[in-house]
Design a protein around this ligand. Structure first.
Ligand code: XMP
Length: 318
């Protein structure tokens, strides 16, 4: 029978044996999988694990700083790289969802590659790939749904890097990854974090991306997510976030007519992201959240709640 105890013990022993004295590079995303993979490797090889955490400028509000602190607190050998400006520049004027994903994926690889080359004697690339990632990316390369969305979590790096791949979680499902994390006494705030897409807010800003739109959406998202936590709803929801729509609508403020942005809130229940139901959030919560957003976030005058299930609607709007 599978137990996290036995898994940690055998995996750490195997990693030690396999890697020996060599150096390993790992890209942290802030998510559960890469964090647990890092902790396992840290337990096995300590400072020989070199973690890289890239800020693509499309993370949640304050996420880069706070997650970087958490990683350091965990004892990880981690380097934070703020490449926000480079991502924004590369994305300038682009509104096609798939092209935006490709640009974000490409710039990530460039930035990561630059950093990886600075680690002397790196021989391994570690990835937090879990079992379902594999299934999805295999089916994503063949089936009719193949080109719906190109997820860039798997097979990330150009092969000229010639690093050997190590994937300590490749046979695990998400709940098992969380159990391993608890066994390693990791912060529940990291283990319970909602899934967040690699391209981040880049696919939640419909249309082209600007620094101003990112900052508006970060504010809106933070009010929504903090509210879910305050109301004890965060752990009941599988994933939540806000979308900035490419629509202005008319409003009134005092005697003035406004013509400002509209945001959509989305919260879903799911087990694997393949299907999802919208969550019946309390009206009182939606009312308070909507008021807070409209009162506090300059440039937004309308909030809507997404009541579509997947299929046919996907979780993200792009
Ligand atoms: P959809 O929108 O396809 O999302 O219903 C299903 C799950 O996948 C996440 N997602 C992505 N994750 N890169 C990622 O790393 C992507 O391009 C991407 N697109 C969607 C989404 O957040 C949800 O958890």
């Amino acid at each position: 029978d599978w137990t996290p105890d036995a898994f940690v013990e055998t995996t750490v022993a195997e990693l030690k044996e396999k890697i020996g004295d060599e150096r390993v590079i790992l890209g942290l995303s802030g998510g559960v999988d890469s964090s647990v993979a890092a902790m396992l490797l840290h337990k096995a090889i300590g400072k020989h694990l070199h973690c890289i955490f890239v800020n693509n400028g499309l993370l949640r509000k304050n996420e880069f700083e706070s997650v970087l602190d958490q990683y350091k607190h965990m004892g990880l050998n981690v380097k934070g790289v703020d490449a926000s400006a480079r991502f924004l520049e590369a994305l300038k004027g682009e509104s096609d969802p798939e092209t935006k994903r490709k640009i974000i994926g490409r710039v990530f690889i460039e930035v990561f590659d630059d950093e990886a080359h600075k680690v002397e004697n790196a021989k391994w690339l570690a990835q937090g790939t879990i079992y379902p990632d594999r299934i999805e990316s295999v089916s994503a390369s063949g089936g009719p749904s193949a080109t719906i969305k190109s997820h860039h979590n798997v097979g990330g790096l150009p092969d000229y890097m010639k690093l050997k791949i190590v994937e300590p979680l490749h046979l695990l499902f998400k709940d098992e990854v969380r159990r391993v994390g608890r066994n390693l006494e990791m912060d529940p705030a990291i283990l319970g974090r909602h899934p967040f897409p690699g391209p981040g807010l880049g696919i939640r800003i419909l249309g082209d991306i600007t620094a101003e739109k990112v900052s508006i959406l970060q504010e809106v998202d933070a009010i929504f997510i903090d509210g879910l936590k305050k109301w004890g709803l965060y752990d009941k929801v599988w994933q939540a976030g806000a979308m900035l729509l490419p629509v202005n609508s008319v409003g009134v403020m005092g005697d003035e007519r406004t013509y400002e942005k509209c945001v959509a809130l989305r919260a879903v229940e799911s087990t694997d992201g393949m299907t999802a139901d919208w969550v019946n959030l309390p009206y009182e919560f939606l009312q308070k959240t909507s008021n807070d957003i409209i009162n506090k976030v300059k440039g937004v005058n309308r909030v809507v709640y997404d009541i579509s299930s997947k299929p046919p609607a996907t979780i993200e709007w792009e």
